[in-house]
Write a protein that binds this ligand. Structure first.
Ligand code: GLY
Length: 327
């Protein structure tokens, strides 16, 4: 349960319950969600927003459960223990030989749980931490073209930036595909929760970077890094595509005219692509996963061109959002 991806399996079951309203999925979702119970106290990772937010938090969309609300608030407290007020960021990973206080763009995805915890508890501390982290990220994490670095190393006492690196991307100065998707999704949530235009603008700029990138294939499933040299062997990342589609459906709600049309068309193209060969697996293959062709951590030679549970999670979420919008 301590892997950053542990919330996605129960989360996918909640998404399936949302799609089908079949109680069997709800019962399974409850069973798998509650296996994560002890994570709420864990202060050792920034990933609690994924782990608890996508399981317990997702459940709360369908089920008014006071115990689950308590788990969300406790998890928000644990996540807040990683906040470094002088630097204005939540620390992602523990310090190590290379980095003192690393913060990755993925961390934008953990803020939604903080907003929910404030709504549940009335304690604005969580909300304020989320806003501070997002503002610091806008200030430091983006390049002029609105692509983001994967990792910034901070001095937690001064907020000075010690390094700008990548861990999972092609190189320090490249745009790792899933990182761009996390940023897009994260700033879309920021706008939803605060209604501050600065976050809408940021999300629109990131969307522009992704949708108009010269290396984005016509089917709109990116290679694993927007700057990776493209050959026949370059792996795609279906997870980045699924996250992007889900984010674009939501972002389309906040804009009008041509931009709305562009976001909907782009998201629909991604979903159409992922719903067919070569991405959608036949039942009984692909070790039970829905999607093929995601890339987890290429520089470590890990999870290349494989199914990944978060690709399935965001694909299902995107299908839910698409269906709700059509309704
Ligand atoms: N948050 C870790 C990853 O996207 O691989």
């Amino acid at each position: 349960i301590y892997d950053w991806t542990s919330g996605f399996h129960p989360g996918s079951m909640w998404n399936l319950y949302g799609l089908t309203k079949n109680e069997d999925w709800k019962n399974k979702a409850i069973q798998y969600t509650e296996l994560l119970d002890t994570l709420q106290y864990w202060e050792g990772t920034h990933d609690l927003g994924f782990m608890i937010g996508d399981s317990y938090g997702n459940a709360l969309k369908y089920w008014d459960n006071d115990d689950y609300k308590k788990v969300m608030v406790q998890a928000a407290k644990s996540l807040s223990a990683r906040f470094k007020p002088k630097a204005g960021i939540i620390q992602s990973w523990e310090s190590n030989d290379r980095w003192k206080c690393p913060v990755i763009i993925d961390n934008m995805m953990n803020l939604e749980m903080l907003f929910e915890a404030t709504k549940i508890s009335g304690d604005s501390t969580f909300y304020n931490i989320a806003v501070t982290h997002a503002n610091t990220t806008i200030k430091n994490h983006f390049r002029d073209d609105y692509s983001s670095y994967h990792l910034l190393d901070y001095d937690p006492e001064t907020g000075n930036i010690l390094k700008r690196n990548t861990a999972q991307g092609y190189k320090d100065e490249s745009a790792w595909a899933r990182g761009q998707a996390w940023g897009l999704y994260g700033f879309t949530v920021m706008f939803r929760e605060t209604k501050e235009t600065i976050y809408l603008n940021q999300a629109n700029h990131i969307a522009d970077f992704i949708i108009n990138h010269k290396n984005l294939p016509e089917d709109k499933v990116p290679y694993w890094d927007y700057d990776a040299p493209v050959t026949k062997e370059t792996p795609r990342d279906a997870s980045a595509a699924a996250i992007t589609a889900s984010a674009l459906y939501e972002l389309s709600l906040y804009v009008d005219g041509d931009l709305k049309e562009l976001y909907l068309t782009s998201a629909n193209t991604i979903i159409e692509t992922l719903s067919n060969e070569p991405y959608l697996a036949e039942v009984g293959t692909n070790e039970g996963f829905l999607l093929k062709h995601s890339t987890g951590h290429l520089p470590m030679d890990s999870e290349i061109d494989v199914p990944l549970n978060y690709a399935d999670y965001y694909f299902l979420e995107a299908l839910l959002r698409q269906r709700n919008m059509i309704k």
